[in-house]
Design a binder for this molecule. Sequence first.
Ligand code: BES
Ligand code: MN
Ligand code: ZN
Length: 508
Amino acid sequence: MQVRIAHDAPTAARAGALVVPVFSDGELTGAAKAVDEALGGAIADVIASGEIKGKLAELALVHAKDHSFHRVLVVGLGESGKLEAKSLARYAGAAVRYLGRRNIGEIAVALPPQAKGHELAFASFVAEGAIAGAFDTTMYQAKPDKKTAVDTVVVLSDGFDVKGIEAGVNRGTILGESVNFARRLALTPANDMTPTILADEASKAARTFGLDVDVFDEARIRDEKMGSFLSVAQGSVQPPKFIVMRYNGDPGSKELLALVGKGITFDTGGISLKPPDRMEEMKYDMSGGAGVIAAMCAIGRLRPKMNVVGLVPATENMPGGKATKPGDIVKAMNGTTIEVINTDAEGRLILADALCYANKLGATKIVDAATLTGACVIALGHAASAVVTNDDAFVKSFLATAEPSGERYWHMPLYEDYTSAMKSDIADLKNTGGRAAGTLTAGAFLKTFVGETPWLHLDIAGTAYLDNESAWQAKGPTGTPVRAMVALVEALAGSPVIHANGAAKVGA
Ligand code: BES
Ligand code: MN
Ligand code: ZN
């Protein structure tokens, strides 16, 4: 899919369909108003009929036989006074999915009048949402169903700052492609996405986008004394890989952000075997790792002034003859001994060593992302990821950056009680802390490996993939946490694109 810009007025747009926004309150404005006049009141009619109320991503199709745009897709953007730039991703995504299924190849998209002065952010979300909306989940089907046919999206710049729209389309294209890259890695089943294949994908992408990449094999992982990571890998015949991707955007600076992602390419639970019901979803257990790999690619393309390293410990969690058994004690890179109570709490075991390695590299900030706990899905459902931290100022700035990016995060506490729950009778730590507060005992476990480095842990178990499709998004992997990670790096680099108040939020 290609996103480009045209200077045509909406009424002169040439395309298989023209997409215009309407609001749930007030009069028709901007492109909707102009096109309504050109069509003799057809848009006002469809609204008066009650077919569409203007709620976000609501759709109504109006044919326009004798016009260069052939049809108008009217798409809701909600209340005009509460419009946020991120809603434009859903607006464009819904349009691409609806029209794509109706075999329309090229669409022109109008921006709402509120984009004026905020062109960069609005155009970025349109491009990102359009590309994410076209994500193809049919690669394994001989006769693909539900493929989206849209291959070209034209953003109409008439009346707006063209430079801002160009920069926004560029950023949004990179972000949308990166989100879809993460989704493809996650969607691909575990027989075709082993740790080796994941590492090859990361290496190939790193070369394409000018990042340094290093993949540690089992011998090197052993040399690094990552005994906790290896204890998870030893039950599988697939060799583990530790993926290191580097972007040095600010060579003069000692600041280094480490992005760490859980890369369990399949989680059977190990000897503490999971029940069969929905176990197939555990191919998604590398979503944090996929997110880190894709975010690194986006960073390599956007080139912010910032040093970032991406770390992905990748392995299967299998119950093979050499598998770790409940009660086994393993040793992490920093010397901490861990009593493995439940081999299904494997994510924290591989992250422990990755967090130690981030510190070894001299990380000055660490953000990890992981489909870590079922408890997180119980707590927050699929509506938000959990975030825990050892640094309140860091989480505050992260939330301010992440929220307008379109991903939701909810800060949860890390009381000392949760750390106490992870004390073992015979080792330094145990890997589970009972049924209560599962997300937070897992977070407290990770916290012991980050030392004093400001750190955020994102539990994306409920948000990395979804059971249901929406108007703007196929079901399956979502690309979380790519958007928030990229926005964070841009903010830390001092060049935030999507502001917490300002460019993103208008009309307030
Ligand atoms: N990958 C799972 C967590 C998960 C569950 C992600 C459901 C997405 C949906 C993780 O490795 C796991 O199995 N966690 C255990 C921890 C428990 C044994 C302490 C869990 O949540 O049950
Ligand atoms: Mn598990
Ligand atoms: Zn897992």
